[in-house]
Design a protein around this ligand. Structure first.
Ligand SMILES: [Zn+2]
Length: 481
């Protein structure tokens, strides 16, 4: 059995593009994308612009690759995945019609509720060919099942490996995978597989007990940490007082699965003495869909596997670079679940290349601000979402975690912040009220007499049970849409 497994590992390693990226390549992630695009275009007979290195490509050629893969995925979806069988015929659009980025607007969208209701109609491979099925955590809607073939899994591990080397991991480094309350979670397994193929170490710990996390990290000799910013912040706020965290020698912290506020980033960087980089991903598309570079000015997207579009959620039309809208993604190399023009409900904007880090053709996602369905409206219909309050509340070192409950008294909205802290008291209460009242949406609402002065309720450390991706804003108003 062991021999078979190691043979499999040998073949998998040979398939990995991340191992073909030259050692002197400055941006392994972009090198990986260029190699993938060049190989695909060359096989299709397309004549590439001349470049003296195989790990770079022009934006024009790269877009040609994306459109070619999009057409191929449309053909594959129509032939193999029942959801798409009549979708394109009814819309009167053929794969060969898609020649430019603008042409994509002709292709109908797909929605998460459709995927939740009938997951297998999105699947291009029969159940016997699926190596793994993932179910999304379901915090932002109904649970969705995604099927991956073994080819899909190799491709996901490959991109994670490229992302980790882009972040700066090298042989001898070790990644601590810190996702509490989600034991044996598939993404953790893929991350540790990615470390293995590149010769990095890894340790996984799903305990909420922070002393256990610290122990595992120390024993593994961790040099990098990946996890939810809310949990890493919790570890920092509770351990930082008694331990000098910089002594652990962590080189980078990677924040993922939740929006990262600049206040949390600063608190972590100060405490650990290293950079904190943001990663954006979604289970539907695999992980590591976009990774921040050391410039900390936007996340480099995995455009070799995913075509990113930003649309106006009302009109469905593209918005220009820099303008905020809803992110729409299309998988370009999927064999299992095929998602084309999938509405993510994420509020984002994008930046055109180049980047100061040297990446020349890759588009960046500006720091994601959270999902549109996680927002509530207060006062005169002002939209509030967790990142707004993360940004101000985590400037206060004594705030370990919080939850906002919105209720109504007469015609006014009442915002009660339940705050977990080791140092409750009148002064902290006043500081918190002043911090949250400094958020424009709240100060305007108070001035217009539609929002009450915010209230604070302290809870003891540990009484707010930690759960991954907990709902930070609870809207308890009745009959409120
Ligand atoms: Zn960059």
């Amino acid at each position: 059995m062991e021999i078979l497994d190691s043979m499999k590992a040998f073949f998998v390693r040979r398939m990995l593009l991340s191992r073909k990226v030259p050692k002197d390549c400055e941006n392994p992630l972009e090198g990986w994308m260029a190699i993938k695009a060049r190989e695909t275009l060359r096989k299709s007979g397309y004549k590439l612009s001349a470049y003296d290195r195989t790990d770079t490509i022009s934006r024009k050629d790269f877009e040609e690759y994306q459109l070619l893969r999009f057409r191929e995925q449309m053909r594959y979806a129509e032939a193999e995945a029942p959801h798409y069988r009549n979708l394109y015929k009814d819309a009167g659009v053929r794969p060969e019609d898609i020649r430019t980025y603008e042409d994509l607007e002709k292709v109908p969208f797909t929605y998460s509720h459709e995927l939740a209701e009938n997951p297998y109609t999105f699947c291009g491979a029969s159940a016997t060919k699926l190596a793994r099925e993932f179910t999304t955590t379901g915090t932002s809607g109904r649970r969705k099942t995604i099927g991956f073939t073994s080819g899909d899994l190799v491709s996901k591990v490959d991109i994670i490996a490229s992302a980790l080397s882009n972040i700066g991991m090298r042989k001898g480094d070790s990644l601590h995978i810190m996702f509490p309350t989600v034991s044996a979670w598939d993404p953790s397994l893929m991350m540790s597989a990615a470390c293995k193929v590149l010769g990095y170490g890894s340790s996984t710990c799903s305990e909420t007990d922070i002393s256990v996390q610290m122990k595992v990290m120390k024993e593994a000799g961790s040099t990098h940490i990946i996890g939810l910013p809310s949990f890493i912040y919790r570890v920092t706020a509770l351990m930082g007082k008694e331990t000098d965290l910089t002594a652990l020698g962590i080189k980078k912290i990677i924040s993922t699965s939740e929006p990262l506020s600049e206040s949390v980033r600063k608190a972590l960087e100060d405490a650990w003495g290293c950079k904190v980089l943001d990663v954006w991903g979604m289970t539907e598309m695999g992980l590591a869909c976009a990774v921040e570079c050391d410039e900390q000015d936007g996340l480099h997207t995995d455009e070799a596997n995913i075509l990113f579009e930003v649309i106006d959620p009302e009109t469905g039309k593209h918005v220009p670079a820099g303008q905020e809208g809803e992110l729409v993604v299309s998988g370009l190399n999927s064999q299992g679940t095929v998602l084309l023009r999938y509405r993510t409900k994420d509020r984002v904007s994008m930046q055109d290349p180049p980047c100061r880090c040297g990446m020349s053709f890759n588009k960046k996602l500006n720091k994601p601000r959270g999902r549109m369905d996680m927002q509530s409206k207060v006062g005169m219909g002002y939209k509030v979402y967790p990142l707004l309050f993360d940004e101000v509340l985590f400037k206060e070192n004594d705030v370990v975690e919080y939850q906002l409950k919105i209720t109504k008294e007469d015609y006014k909205d009442v915002l009660t912040f339940e705050v977990e802290t080791p140092a409750p008291g009148h002064e902290l209460e006043e500081r918190i009220i002043s911090l949250v009242s400094s958020v424009k949406e709240i100060s305007d609402g108070i001035a217009e007499d539609l929002i009450e002065r915010p209230r604070v309720k302290f809870v003891d450390v540990g009484s707010m049970e930690y759960s991954a991706k907990a709902k930070k804003i609870l809207d308890l108003r009745e009959n409120y849409d």
